[in-house]
Design a protein. Structure first.
Length: 322
């Protein structure tokens, strides 16, 4: 019950406060640990394929372990002082793990820029939340990229952390954030990280596999509840969920494309190079600015549904154990 209270309070705090820029976020500490660890390990191990694989593997073990150990220890110490202090600290940790409000705010900023400030400003805001080049994108391209970001991050930014928090509380949630942050920083298939980041990328694939599947089906259910095209969402998911280099990334993206009846993905520019990628979904209608808002509605609907279902399962298991 304590963990459920922490998660519920954390979700409400995220809903109300989000991720203000003035508040230092623990994920930044994880990022600093990754950057510092990479420099140290690259200096310690030989600059060969094997050396980089081993160095990257050491980083992929140490960062998640520390991401788990630090909050676990802090919660244990807080519990020695007072159970209420432990509960409050756990709620703050869960709030910091959730990314729903931040995802909504950053994507909606792109939409508002399109309406008020023009395409160049929307491209600038978009560049803060996507890895692709944004300078060449037209308005439709900007909207599609924002929708894709919301759809993809519904899984690894919201549902997957929730899944692990429900299993092991805030500490396991932070372990997942360590894995996910590693992938976002070193899990690239370029010359620099082809070997050093390989273990981190594979680890992220493993940790996201089950949550991504659950996220997709929860999003299909949320589509039905919110009045989107759930039948088309299920059809596109079954057809297109493997159209991505990652085994997980296209799952919620394909559901979102089907639910909104639009086509997403396709070729994109990265660091000045055109990368050919398959499209996801059918262009039953052209994308429009309102699709960013619709994608966020779908994200929140999926999140609330996951909270209810995961919470009931955890409560049921707890009652059975008692």
């Amino acid at each position: 019950m304590e963990t459920l209270c922490m998660i519920g309070a954390g979700f409400v705090l995220d809903l109300l406060i989000g991720d203000p820029h003035w508040l230092y976020h623990p994920v930044r500490l994880i990022g600093l640990g990754i950057s510092g660890g990479e420099k140290l390990l690259r200096a310690l191990f030989p600059k060969t394929k094997t050396g980089e694989l081993i160095g990257g593997a050491v980083l992929a073990v140490c960062i998640p372990a520390l991401s788990f150990a630090v909050p676990f220890l802090l919660l244990w110490l807080a519990g020695l002082v007072s159970p209420w202090l432990r509960l409050a600290l756990g709620a703050i940790f869960c709030y910091q793990i959730f990314a729903a409000r931040s995802l909504r705010d950053e994507s909606m900023r792109v939409g508002r820029a399109l309406e008020k400030d023009g395409l160049p400003e929307a491209r600038r805001y978009l560049s803060w939340i996507v890895g692709r080049d944004t300078e060449r994108l037209d308005e439709a391209g900007v909207v599609k990229a924002a929708v894709e970001t919301v759809a993809e991050n519904t899984s690894d930014g919201v549902i997957a952390p929730l899944f692990y928090m429900m299993i092991g509380g805030p500490a396991l949630g932070f372990l997942y954030k360590g894995v996910n942050t590693l992938d976002s920083m070193v899990g690239y298939k370029n010359d620099k990280y082809r070997y050093f980041g390989r273990v981190s990328a594979r680890l992220d694939d493993v940790f996201n596999f089950i949550p991504a599947i659950l996220s997709a089906w929860l999003m299909i259910a949320a589509s039905a509840l919110l009045g989107f095209d759930a039948k088309n969402a299920a059809r596109i998911y079954k057809r297109d969920h493997k159209k991505h280099a990652s085994p997980n990334s296209a799952r919620t993206e394909s559901v979102c494309a089907g639910a909104l009846r639009v086509q997403l993905a396709g070729n994109a520019w990265y660091f000045g190079k055109l990368v050919e990628k398959p499209t996801i979904g059918d262009p039953l209608r052209p994308v429009e600015r309102a699709d960013i808002r619709r994608a966020n509605r779908l994200m929140y609907g999926t999140t609330v549904l996951a909270l209810l279902i995961f919470g009931l399962i955890r409560l049921g298991v707890a009652l059975l154990v008692l």
